[in-house]
Design a protein around this ligand. Structure first.
Ligand code: ARG
Length: 564
């Protein structure tokens, strides 16, 4: 599709060779209101070169920039040159592109040949998957989809917390008080119980701690009984987690958790020593990060056991070797900011220049209206329950509607509503989860956008819309139509910005804006009118809107139902 910014920059650059094209691109503005034009170029910069007053320069340059094909008007106002789109041409360009690409509209191949790892969700397996985890899961999935849309070869990794001393604790607890059948029946709850119990019992009987340490050591040494129990914990918990991923329609390419790297760790610890990155401190191995204003990173404890950090260093190196990534993205809460700064610094100190291709995409906390969710306070809210509650809430709203398969639809809307709320704001902000707002069909919500999509679908059906029909796009020329066209036109730029900044909410806001613009249009304009040509043009615009809403929702990880 033609890029107006580039077109204008090229035209100006022909007339004004004194300015670099990039500089011109930077100077072009989008005026605050469209009555002032679609694009504007300020000429102050040229006053020195031409030794003339800016308004004179603007007037003279505007004369030379006339282009009736693309612009209905190119005029100077004071020191600015304002460009007004030729509406007929603009609709032809935008909808022509929609027709040509259909559901590929907005996609790009800018990322082709580049491997991008998106690591997200990464829960600790024997622990509950509570609503706080939804953030990493939903944000990470959207980022992965956004990269995919732009042609990157994405690799999604769930870096499960499936290793570490807590597994020694769990095995110990299992041996003393556990029942394998009970654990299998309700793994997450039972394992949590055992974990809480062993923590309490250790206070009374510190020898349990040695026992746990010993079990973890046996696990590291691949003792069959330790491995058997650990495998059972992992598989049973993962089954549960996958059920929730299924509700969210999320799949991972790899479930390579922390344990996966255990075999590779020794080599990395040696490498750290050989390169002189680590040093000994009170029997432990650490990396001194004081010169970089950070506390030291612990690599190996004095008892010889490795930790979370060791596995992250190992994982990063493994990923580079295996996938030769262009970017290695970690979607993890901002509580771990320091951990990732340390990690990337250590990789840098090891001499890996790709340390700079590793990105920590942090996010803020989510709380429910009643207060912060924390395991300690006991008010754990399970993600699965949240999704179920949302689905039930929506079911109540739609149960009397004349649509097929209400259960499935309620799940699509309910789960979508939760995802949408999650992705509505800058990820770094803390936010309060609000039930009423999330499930509402009005305002900035998932159901509202999905509903608009469904409404357009039935509109197209009623109007017997057919992509084979020839359409005179130039019939679209009202301001409302133009507003919609502008949002279709800028869709790809929004995706590109979202991928550069790792901010799915750019996409969320864009689809809400489009849904609003369309509903405004729909309320003021009849679409299926008598005049066949006009009807076809209006349906074509509706079709373009449907595609962008559909693709936007899909990118966010939501369904786009045809009927609601
Ligand atoms: N399992 C960790 C937790 O729940 C998150 C892991 C994040 N990823 C990583 N590569 N460190 O806190």
């Amino acid at each position: 599709m033609i890029n107006y910014l580039h077109l204008i920059a090229d035209k100006i650059s022909e007339q004004v060779p004194e300015l670099e094209r990039d500089e011109i691109l930077r100077l072009i503005e989008i005026p605050p209101s469209f009555d002032m034009g679609d694009y504007a170029f300020p000429v102050f910069q040229l006053a020195k070169t031409y030794r003339k007053a800016p308004p004179i320069i603007a007037a003279e340059l505007a004369e030379k920039l006339q282009d009736e094909v693309h612009f209905s008007k190119v005029e100077s106002k004071a020191a600015y040159i304002n460009f007004f789109l030729n509406k007929a041409e603009f609709s032809k360009i935008v909808l022509g592109e929609v027709y040509e690409n259909a559901y590929d509209f907005g996609k790009s191949d800018m990322g082709s040949g580049k491997n991008v790892i998106v690591e997200y969700s990464s829960p600790n397996i024997a622990k509950p998957f509570h609503i706080g985890h939804i953030r990493s899961t939903v944000i990470g999935n959207a980022i992965k989809n956004i990269y995919k849309y732009l042609g990157y070869n994405t690799i999604s990794i769930n870096h499960l917390g499936d290793y570490g001393t807590q597994f020694g604790m769990l095995i110990t607890a299992m041996k003393h008080w556990g029942d394998e059948e009970v654990v299998k029946a309700d793994p997450i709850r039972e394992l949590l119980k055992l974990y809480v119990r062993i923590n309490a019992e250790i206070e009374e009987d510190p020898s349990l701690r040695d026992e746990a340490r010993d079990w973890f050591r046996r696990l590291e040494d691949k003792d069959p009984e330790a491995v058997r129990l650990w495998t059972m914990f992992r598989e049973e918990s993962l089954k549960k987690k996958k059920k929730v991923y299924g509700m969210l329609n999320i799949e991972f390419d790899h479930y390579t958790g922390e344990a996966f790297y255990s075999d590779y760790m020794d080599a990395v610890i040696d490498e750290l020593e050989i390169k002189g990155v680590t040093k000994e401190s009170e029997g432990a191995e650490i990396v001194d990060l004081e010169p970089y204003g950070m506390p030291p990173m612990l690599i190996k404890k004095s008892d010889g056991s490795t930790i979370y950090a060791t596995r992250d260093i190992t994982a990063a190196i493994y990923r580079k070797k295996t996938f030769d990534f262009y970017k290695n993205i970690y979607v993890v809460g901002s509580q771990q900011n320091l951990h990732f700064s340390q990690l990337f610094k250590v990789l840098d100190l090891m001499g890996y220049d790709w340390a700079y291709d590793c990105v920590h995409v942090a996010f803020g906390m989510v709380s429910l209206e009643e207060g912060t969710l924390s395991t300690r306070k006991g008010n754990v809210v399970f993600l699965e329950d949240v999704l179920k509650k949302a689905t039930e809430g929506i079911y109540e709203i739609i149960k009397d509607r004349n649509v097929e398969d209400k259960e499935k639809l309620a799940e699509e809307i309910g789960v979508g509503a939760v995802i949408f709320q999650e992705l509505f704001n800058d990820r770094i902000k803390d936010y309060v989860f609000d039930w009423d707002k999330t499930l509402s069909f009005e305002g900035d919500t998932g159901p509202y956008v999905q509903y608009t999509h469904a409404r357009i679908s039935s509109l197209l059906e009623k109007g017997e819309f057919n992509t084979e029909d020839t359409v005179d796009f130039s019939l679209l020329e009202t301001e409302e139509e133009l507003d919609i066209l502008r949002l279709l036109y800028s869709f790809q730029d929004v995706i590109i910005d979202a991928h550069e900044k790792y901010q799915p909410y750019y996409v969320t806001r864009h689809v809400v804006d489009l849904a609003k613009a369309f509903n405004k249009y729909y309320n003021s304009t009849s679409i299926n009118v008598e005049d066949l040509e006009l009807k076809k043009a209006r349906l074509a615009l509706s079709y373009g809107t449907k595609i962008v809403l559909h693709n936007g929702l899909e990118m966010l990880g939501m369904s786009a139902p045809e009927k609601m």
